[in-house]
Design a protein around this ligand. Structure first.
Ligand code: AMP
Ligand code: ZN
Length: 468
């Protein structure tokens, strides 16, 4: 069976065929780093991490790019509020984002390009659009000329007339057409700016993703992802920018996750504390939060609430307990060299694994894939209850579990998730924090390392660390 992905562009499930055999170029729109991540933002992060894990588990080499929008109006306002610079605001919330993704059991991206480090790319992209007649300057701003791009609206399935009808008429004399969108914004007095052929300013939001995807992945990519709210205007504008420039499709598959709601309300950053990932993960483990997110299909809406998390916790703990017990039995007695698992168990594990794969291959049907994990729990518990079960059976059970868990990550993989380099980076940051007497930060890092299963030891030779 081939992997099928629901492609928003075609509104249908399609067989996945990568551009290059064995490789996947994947781009997921990342956060605007002006605040802490809320639980709604965690949905695309966990969903696309799982997609990536699955692709890797079936042998693809995935280049996974997700950007940081580290300058925009919201960051500028936040910097004023905090009486600091835009760069400092970005640093604070990028660091918080990195801690959150560790706390969600999410692997770091292959690269997180930042807008402020991509100015040349972005300016050159806009210049090239201008040369081709797809962009025009007006009073220091640069706009995209939507009327020149015949396919504008193809992703969100709207035509220009409908769009014009839908747009609240804001009189903007600088634009040729109301749906033209900004590529470059002139700086207002006192605002942070970069020099450009159109004067001092900063990029509009949509252009960064086109510029970064092209730079790090190429003219056409395999999978582009994000929340459903990004379909229009953000992804529509990305298509218009890239395709006008290259004449090729920006992405072969477009994936969008549905929204996470609270009650009947859409989440927004303004809902504030209690809904922040940094707070939720103090109370619930990564496996619980992932279970909660993945037990609903990514294209269905998901309701968030305390009860849903508590119920996810019970289920995730049942899985963790069975996996832990199997590991424990293997620690007590390892299989003899060459010993094979029983035929019956091997056959059951094969059934479970093929169910898991057939569900994941059906547009990443994680809720049904989790059912396969529960079939495994049942089988494991039967084996654990039987005194006669041979170590080779436990080894086969563990191997089957690890295959599924490498994708869903419902049970932490014992710190092996973090590379030594990442651990050492955190330790260096903690040493620095202690030097500058930033005790709160030093404690925070100690707790984080503890959650990751890292033990710190103060020795005569300096700070040493080991995995629990
Ligand atoms: P933002 O920080 O609002 O730009 O959002 C970053 C990512 O989170 C985007 O992919 C959004 O589509 C996604 N997102 C924001 N809110 C939610 C939500 N309540 N449910 C699911 N995804 C969301
Ligand atoms: Zn984007």
């Amino acid at each position: 069976m081939a992997l099928q992905i629901y492609n928003t562009m075609s509104r249908s499930k399609q067989d996945f065929v990568p551009l290059e055999p064995g490789k996947v170029k994947m781009y997921v729109c990342g956060p605007t780093v002006y605040g802490y991540m809320h639980i709604g933002n965690a949905r695309p992060i966990i969903v696309f991490d799982t997609v990536r894990n699955y692709l890797e588990s079936i042998g693809y080499d995935v280049n996974y790019i997700t950007n940081f929008t580290d300058v925009d109006d919201k960051l500028i306002r936040k910097a004023e509020e905090m009486n600091t610079t835009v760069a400092e605001v970005a640093e604070i919330f990028i660091r918080a984002y990195n801690e959150d993704i560790v706390g969600l059991g999410v692997k770091p991206a292959s690269k997180n390009p930042r807008v402020t480090e991509s100015m040349d790319l972005i300016i050159n992209f806009i210049k090239a659009l201008e040369e081709k007649g797809f962009a025009y300057e007006s009073g220091g701003d640069v706009f995209y000329r939507t009327a020149k791009f015949a396919d504008y609206g193809k992703l969100s399935r709207q035509n220009l007339e409908e769009l014009q009808f839908g747009i609240r008429v804001e009189v903007d004399a600088r634009k040729e057409n109301p749906e033209d969108f900004v590529l470059w914004k002139a700086a207002k007095p006192g605002e942070v700016f970069w020099q450009s052929p159109w004067g001092n300013g900063r990029p509009g939001w949509h252009i960064e993703c086109s510029a970064m995807a092209k730079e790090y992945l190429g003219d056409t990519i395999d999978i582009h992802g994000g929340g459903v709210d990004l379909q229009f205007p953000h992804h529509e504008c990305e298509c218009a920018q890239t395709e006008a420039l290259t004449g090729k499709p920006l992405s072969n598959y477009w994936m969008h996750n549905a929204f996470l709601n609270i009650g009947d309300e859409k989440m927004s950053k303004s809902l504030g504390n209690g809904l922040l990932v940094k707070d939720i993960r103090q109370r619930f483990k990564a496996g619980t939060i992932r279970y909660f997110m993945l037990s609903t299909h990514y294209r269905n809406p998901l309701n968030f609430g305390e009860e849903a998390l508590i119920s996810a916790e019970k289920s995730a703990e049942r899985i963790a307990l069975a996996a832990g017990n199997v590991k424990h039995r293997l620690e007590l007695a390892a299989p003899e060299a060459g010993a094979a698992a029983s035929g019956e168990l091997t056959a059951r594990l094969q059934e479970i694994s093929s169910m898991f794969h057939s569900k994941m291959q059906d547009d990443f049907n994680t809720p049904d894939a989790i059912t396969a994990v529960f079939d495994w729990v049942k089988l494991a518990n039967q084996a654990l209850a039987d005194e006669e079960t041979a170590p080779a059976d436990f080894a086969a059970l563990l191997e089957a579990f690890s295959g599924m868990n490498a994708v869903l990550r419902l049970v932490p993989e014992q710190a092996a998730d973090q590379t030594d380099e990442e651990v050492e980076q955190l330790i260096a940051e903690r040493t620095e924090a202690r030097k500058t007497k930033n005790w709160a930060r030093a404690d925070e890092i100690r707790d984080l390392l503890n959650d990751m299963g890292i033990v710190l030891e103060d020795t005569a030779q300096g700070m040493r660390w080991r995995r629990k």
